[in-house]
Design a protein around this ligand. Structure first.
Ligand SMILES: [Zn+2]
Length: 554
């Protein structure tokens, strides 16, 4: 028996166990063990994000991360339609804003040995005689032409296109005229005559890639909902050619008019297109994989950023949080990003969370994490976020987020390390519960047959967090966590939970830390809780409360 018990009721626990078996064995996560065997120094780790059908609920998707070690000599970056001038002024401005960072990306990639392909469609005549153009023409593309098929993929057949682009997607106040202005690629993207290629033809690129042994193709540039996905060298076509395809999701844009369906911020339109691609077409990566630092965001993208950190194997946070994030993006004008750990209780790669750099510019962090140790520099990202006094929402297992039951050896750095050497250990943060959440987690009551009855603490009925929560309370299928007595003098309990034969326990409270972090923690968070309007409203209220106007970017 685990010293920490499984906390779901028996029937659902069984279903989850088989789901995790599926997750761990049939979904292609690369474990660290696999990575360390085939990752000589010259490979580059890309942290890919994808959404796959939930094994438990086929209408749903779970968000997953896979670390791919790519050989740069087998990898190409295609720069799609980064024209000097687009017919739409807004689109032209965004291309210009993205250009310096994209040039850094291709400079770093080229220096590591990747092939850079400049693909300014319909402007190829401008490059007649250019050495980078001649490099492509050396190889016959005739036999490849019949292999090019950029129609929609089978995987997209039942998919719903997320945005209405029937007006061509100009998002400017004064609508631009659909006139071709593009003559060439934008100046800021340097073309290396000795190494790069220029082409706007999928067949030419297929020939070139075969000759150069290119297996991995990364798409960058514009626009996700048009050329990125649909050109003959676009995502669909490259997937059909059998390439290992990825979209660099912070080096792209969409043609989307925010007045059209689903009537959201322009950048939310981009987010929904990226999500579509992750569900139905291919995984995505970030420029940070090559450059480090923060991912690129457009200066006009003023949406407050919610960083969701999901790393637990019991409560389907890798499905429920993305569903919640869609709601926040669609109805509340927020931007949502994910840092993802393996949805497993144990096993290789379990003590890792990818994409934590989103905490560098997050306005709110939502933790649904369980007993994860991290590499020290990753733990530092979490600690720095908290030190900045930023708000925190902790859900359920977050009380033991960074409290593995024992010291954890760093399997990635030192697979054979003995316990005598502290250098081989990962970082824990056991005090996270006490010092940040204001909690005092001591396990939970045994699995009971009855639901937890949740009641509002008398006098708290008008608290903004409890807006649209029934005055008579609600119920939850969770097991009840023991948290009495809470640890912070600033804790304000709003909801109590009771089961028969036990004293009630606090199940939702607010806290203010020594660093001035505004904090909300709830010990609820069962997958079924999210279907309950009361809990859903509670989570929406929590996000709004924590993103008080002082935290919202202007
Ligand atoms: Zn325009």
């Amino acid at each position: 028996m685990y010293p920490y018990c499984l906390t779901l009721d028996i029937s659902i626990k069984k279903a989850f166990r088989s789901a995790y078996f599926l997750l761990i064995h049939f979904i292609p996560f690369l474990t660290y063990a696999q990575v360390s065997m085939d990752s000589p120094m010259d490979k580059i780790a890309f942290s890919t994000e994808r959404r796959i059908k939930s094994p438990l609920d086929t209408a749903g998707f779970i968000i997953v991360n896979e670390i791919q070690q790519l050989n740069p000599k087998e990898t190409a970056i295609i720069i799609c339609d980064m024209w000097n001038r687009h017919w739409c002024k807004g689109a032209t401005a965004r291309v210009a804003e993205m250009t310096p960072r994209l040039n850094e990306v291709i400079t770093a990639a080229r220096s590591k040995g990747m092939l850079i392909v400049h693909a300014p469609s319909d402007c190829i005549d401008y490059y007649k005689g250019h050495p980078a153009r001649k490099r492509v023409l050396k190889y016959s593309s005739k036999k490849y032409e019949k292999r090019i098929d950029n129609s929609i993929l089978d995987s997209e057949k039942d998919a719903v296109w997320p945005i209405d682009q029937s007006d061509e997607g100009c998002d400017d106040a004064i609508k631009c005229q659909l006139v071709k202005f593009s003559k060439k690629e934008i100046e800021g993207l340097l073309i290396d005559e000795e190494k790069d290629a220029i082409s706007d033809s999928g067949a030419e690129m297929a020939a070139l890639f075969d000759k150069k042994g290119i297996k991995n193709v990364i798409l960058t540039g514009v626009h996700t909902n048009m050329c990125i996905i649909g050109r003959t060298f676009g995502l669909r076509s490259m997937v059909r050619l059998g390439k290992n395809v990825m979209l660099m999701r912070d080096m792209t844009d969409a043609m989307y008019n925010s007045k059209m369906h689903p009537v959201v911020n322009h950048f939310t339109g981009v987010s929904f297109m990226v999500e579509y691609i992750e569900k139905y077409v291919c995984p995505t990566i970030l420029s940070t994989d090559l450059l480090g630092g923060k991912q690129f965001r457009f200066s006009e993208d003023k949406r407050p950023l919610v960083a969701f950190i999901t790393a637990e194997g019991e409560y389907r946070s890798n499905q429920r949080l993305p569903e919640f994030a869609d709601d926040l993006m669609l109805h509340h004008g927020l931007n949502c990003e994910f840092a993802i750990g393996k949805p497993a209780m144990d096993g290789p790669g379990r003590n890792n969370i990818e994409n934590l750099q989103i905490l560098n510019d997050a306005d709110l962090a939502v933790f649904f994490t369980r007993r994860v140790a991290l590499e020290p520099q990753k733990m530092e990202l979490v600690k720095k976020y908290v030190e900045r006094g930023k708000p925190v929402l902790g859900i359920r297992t977050a009380s033991h987020s960074f409290s593995p039951n024992d010291d954890v050896l760093n399997e990635k750095v030192n697979p054979g390390q003995t316990k005598e050497s502290a250098a081989g250990f990962l970082s824990r943060w056991i005090e996270f519960d006490r010092d940040v959440l204001g909690g005092n987690y001591q396990g939970h009551y045994p699995v009971a047959n009855d639901l937890i009855k949740i009641d509002i603490v008398p006098g708290m009925e008008n608290h903004p967090l409890l807006k649209n929560i029934p005055v008579g309370g609600f119920s939850s299928p969770c097991t009840l966590y023991k948290n009495r007595p809470l640890s912070s003098p600033n804790d304000q309990v709003l909801l109590m939970g009771s089961i028969s034969g036990q004293l009630p326990e606090p199940v939702l409270w607010t806290n203010t830390t020594a660093n001035n972090n505004k904090v909300i923690y709830t010990s609820l968070g069962h997958p079924e809780d999210w279907k309950n309007d009361a809990f859903h409203n509670l989570m929406i209220n929590s996000v709004n409360y924590l993103l008080g106007s002082e935290n919202i970017k202007r």
